[in-house]
Structure formats: structure tokens, C-alpha cells
Design a binder for this molecule. Structure first.
Ligand code: PMV
Length: 315
């Protein structure tokens, strides 16, 4: 039976979350150790239009028809179908499996959308460009996050490090020298939508203060871009620390994230910060040879899981 499969990586934001929503630049990289895989298999004996969906990680077993109209999985299929009548689509079964924890700042929603869009469009005989997959995934992201900046779908669809600024063409980053990032889960879910709203409320209340913070974060992203491209990653640590302080000033950190940042630093990380929407989710730390030891310390002080990703150019 013909089957079409696609994977999509997770992502971390190295610099610039939240400020990116207000037009400042940000830097994000894919994380290949945590991926989503989608397999679309034709069901030749079934009636056209029968689209079965199996997503055991979120205990979902249903059909396209039964999904609520604004369900993100339905939306991901719908953007591919466009004006096509779903009842005329060849019957198929869609298996979704994900190693990316949900609500944790690792881009689970964008990765699920991107993998579905890639696999389902291939099943329908359309080969979409990464650009198109990113645009389609962005449409679905709006359901999850309201007003997403677009950074998640961009880095995940293109699967390469990106420098992203809303309203400008994004740039792929050339990594001058590979570097390692330790990723640790605080065990508390992140709350991107609430965090984005919280920052918006603060900004409406005191625009001067918030604009100043955003532009300082933007400067950090620009400095980081140079260091990454010039092959001086060790100097990124200080910028991560500064970025975390500014995220604290935006009140999107949490006691667990702050504790993990401190633990990582005390254990020898060159710098650390929360990553993604915050209020929970993941912390990232720049590490060298002592990654395993720092990971152990984090696990002892409350992190529920850790992983290491190497930021490098794609082969
Ligand atoms: O929590 P995540 O991984 O979806 O990241 C959100 C990043 C924000 O800058 C806070 C929002 C956005 O749309 O860019």
C-alpha cells in the first residue's frame, strides 16, 4: 500500500523570543533529537473522503470529519486541501507520532503541522516547497497562538538555523563553529499564549519601558548573529545571560526556570536562559565538555529531562 512519510524537527529559540513579536530580530535553530513523524497510507478498500487520524501521543483516534472545525490537525489538512472537496480525497490513514513534548517551547505544534502538511501534500501528489510548508504551518499556528511571529514555522519547515525578523525576508545562518546547547525541561508546561498576552498588557501599560527592553533584546540577537557567523560561540554565553535577565524583566520566567538557569551556571555553563514563550517549558544553556555533569546537576535539582543538541550547518 503506498505510504508517504515526513518528519519535522523541534526547535529552540536561542535569542529574541517575545521581542520578535514586536518586530525585533530573533535566532532559532532546529532540534533533530526530538522530531515529529507523520505517515499517510492509502486505504484503497475504503470510500473516498475517509481520512482516519491516529495520534497515540495525544490519545487521539478519529477522522477528519469528526474533528472540530477549528482543530489544529483539521486545519493542517485543510490548508493542503484548499478548495478541494475532502469527500473526494482518496481514503487514507494518517499516523502522527511525536517525540516533542507539548507546551514546552520546543515547537511541537509547528512541527506537527509541518510534518502533516509535508506528508499529506505528497500523498495528494503535490510537492510543496519548504517556503509553502512554512506559510501553511503559519496559518495553523494562528489557531494555537493568536498572533505568532512566524519564527517557529520558519525554522521548523526549513530545518536550518535562522535569523528571523517579522516583515523582512528571513536569513539562514551560517554556523562559523559548531556549539553545544543543553536543553532542560522544567517539568511545568509553558504558556505561550498567556505569556504573549501578559507581555502585551505590560507593553500597553508602559510602552516606553517595554520598547526599550525589546530593542535591547534585538541588539542581543544582532550581536549573537555576528558571533555565530564569525565562529565565536563561547561569547554567546554572556548574551544568553543578558537575554534571560530581560525576559525576567518582561515577567515571563518562572521560579523553576530561574532556578535551572542558576544551577546550570553554577555547574559551569557559559550562559543560560529560558527558551520559547516561557512561564514554564524549557531552559537552554551553552555548554562545552562538561555537558553531562551539568545535565546531572539539573536533573538533581528538579529538571524532568535533559538533552544536548549541536548547532551546526546542515550537510
Ligand atoms: O513557546 P514557543 O516555542 O511557541 O515560542 C514562542 C515564541 C514567542 O516569541 C514568545 C511568540 C512568537 O510568536 O514568536
Amino acid at each position: 500500500m503506498p505510504a508517504f512519510s515526513a518528519t519535522a524537527p523541534g526547535k529552540i529559540i536561542l535569542f529574541g523570543e517575545h521581542a520578535v513579536v514586536y518586530g525585533e530580530p530573533a535566532i532559532a535553530v532546529p532540534v533533530f533529537s526530538n522530531q515529529v513523524r507523520v505517515v499517510v497510507t492509502a486505504q484503497v478498500k475504503k470510500k473516498s473522503g475517509e481520512i482516519q487520524i491516529e495520534a497515540p501521543d495525544i490519545s487521539l483516534s478519529t477522522t477528519f470529519e469528526k474533528l472540530e472545525i477549528d482543530h489544529p490537525l483539521r486545519a493542517a489538512l485543510k490548508v493542503v486541501l484548499g478548495d478541494k472537496d475532502p469527500t473526494e480525497t482518496p481514503a487514507c490513514s494518517i499516523q502522527i507520532s511525536s517525540e516533542i513534548p507539548v507546551s514546552s517551547g520546543l515547537g511541537s505544534s509547528a512541527a506537527i503541522s509541518a510534518a502533516i502538511i509535508r506528508a499529506f501534500s505528497a500523498f495528494l501528489g503535490q510537492r510543496l516547497t519548504d517556503e509553502k510548508i512554512s506559510d501553511f504551518a503559519y496559518e495553523v499556528e494562528k489557531i494555537h497562538h493568536g498572533t505568532p511571529s512566524g519564527i517557529d514555522n520558519t525554522v521548523i519547515a526549513h530545518q536550518r538555523p535562522v535569523y528571523y525578523q517579522k516583515g523582512n525576508p528571513f536569513q539562514f545562518l551560517t554556523i562559523g563553529k559548531p556549539f553545544s546547547i543543553l536543553i532542560a525541561n522544567s517539568g511545568k508546561p509553558g504558556h505561550t499564549r498567556e505569556a504573549v498576552k501578559h507581555v502585551q498588557d505590560g507593553w500597553l501599560n508602559d510602552p516606553d519601558k517595554y520598547n526599550q527592553i525589546f530593542s535591547r533584546i534585538g541588539e542581543i540577537s544582532n550581536n549573537a548573529k555576528e558571533l555565530i557567523e564569525e565562529g565565536q560561540p563561547d561569547k554567546l554565553g554572556e548574551l544568553m545571560d543578558l537575554n534571560h535577565e530581560l525576559l525576567q524583566a518582561l515577567v515571563v520566567s518562572s521560579p523553576e526556570l530561574d532556578q535551572m538557569v542558576q544551577t546550570a551556571k553554577e555547574a559551569g555553563a557559559l550562559g543560560a536562559k529560558l527558551s520559547g514563550g516561557g512561564m514554564g517549558g524549557h531552559m537552554i544553556a551553552l555548554v562545552k565538555d562538561d555537558a553531562e555533569r551539568i545535565a546531572e546537576k539539573l536533573l538533581l535539582s528538579g529538571a524532568t529531562s535533559t538533552g544536548i543538541t549541536t548547532v551546526k550547518n546542515r550537510n
